[in-house]
Design a protein around this ligand. Structure first.
Ligand SMILES: [Zn+2]
Length: 271
């Protein structure tokens, strides 16, 4: 592992999730407790912040970002997103979602294309290693998997900026096997969900913010060490593929981190 960089000055958190039980200020306090409250800045939704609001928005930039969001929009999970120009209807829809900040759980976006779209909006002086950006969104994001040639929903895509999806918490990690078996057997979905209560996270979960603290920490680890994950299932940096793994890593009752990461986080906190 590389030595701890000295130069992370600012952690920007973008408040774009707009969903129940998500409190960005708690995430800010949590990161502030480790890395210093003076390093953390809470900003409005990413695009609106960087376009400086709807009224003063540079119309040309707004048009480009709307077009790029539309291109990142996955219409068919078995097909890579296309670079074709949007038709006027698609354009109008993306623009509406963007400007009205609609909670948009249905639309699915290519996480890497979304990240590139966001990166283009960052001011040059904020693209250095001194700045890190964590974008919280309710848009569902996914990445393309070459092995089965389709998009898979994800909680997060780390980089510049890092994107964390509140919808991804629900749709990314797989639910217990019984859930899928139940549906295949034709059981009533509500009944199956009720039976498996506590074993997966649903929309509006009361501890959503708590879960997102761990993903925010993964984003910081990606920024500092290019390695966001840990193999210890009780560590907040565990890369959960199943809901039950996520619940164990983020809401477990033991220590927040494995011994190695606990030590490392403490060392960072002492800086
Ligand atoms: Zn760990």
């Amino acid at each position: 592992m590389r030595s701890i960089p000295q130069n992370l000055r600012v952690i920007c958190l973008y408040d774009g999730a707009g969903v129940e039980n998500f409190d960005i200020h708690q995430i800010g306090e949590y990161l502030g407790q480790w890395f210093g409250a003076d390093r953390v800045r809470i900003r409005p939704e990413f695009v609106r912040h960087h376009l400086r609001g709807q009224e003063q928005a540079d119309q040309r930039k707004l048009k480009t970002v709307t077009e790029d969001l539309g291109k990142a929009h996955i219409k068919d999970p078995a097909k890579l997103v296309s670079k074709d120009k949007l038709d006027p209807e698609q354009f109008a829809q993306e623009r509406k979602w963007l400007l009205e900040a609609v909670v948009n759980r249905e639309a699915f976006y290519d996480g890497i294309a979304l990240q590139q779209t966001y990166f283009e909006l960052l001011a040059d002086e904020e693209t250095s290693l001194e700045f890190m950006h964590i974008v919280f969104t309710n848009r569902l994001i996914g990445t393309w998997d070459q092995s089965d040639r389709r998009y898979h929903a994800r909680v997060s895509v780390y980089g510049w900026p890092s994107i964390i999806s509140t919808t991804g918490i629900v749709e990314g990690p797989a639910k217990p096997r019984e859930y899928y078996f139940g549906l295949m057997a034709g059981l009533d979905e509500e009944k199956v969900r009720e039976e498996l209560k506590g074993r997966f996270i649903d929309h509006g979960h009361p501890r959503l913010t708590e879960i997102l603290k761990g993903y925010s920490m993964q984003a910081v680890f990606y920024h500092l060490f290019a390695e966001p994950f840990c193999e210890e299932p009780d560590c907040r940096l565990f890369n959960a593929h199943w809901q039950e793994q996520m619940i164990r890593a983020q809401l477990g009752t033991g220590a927040e981190f494995c011994r190695r990461h606990q030590k490392l986080v403490k060392k960072l906190a002492d800086k």
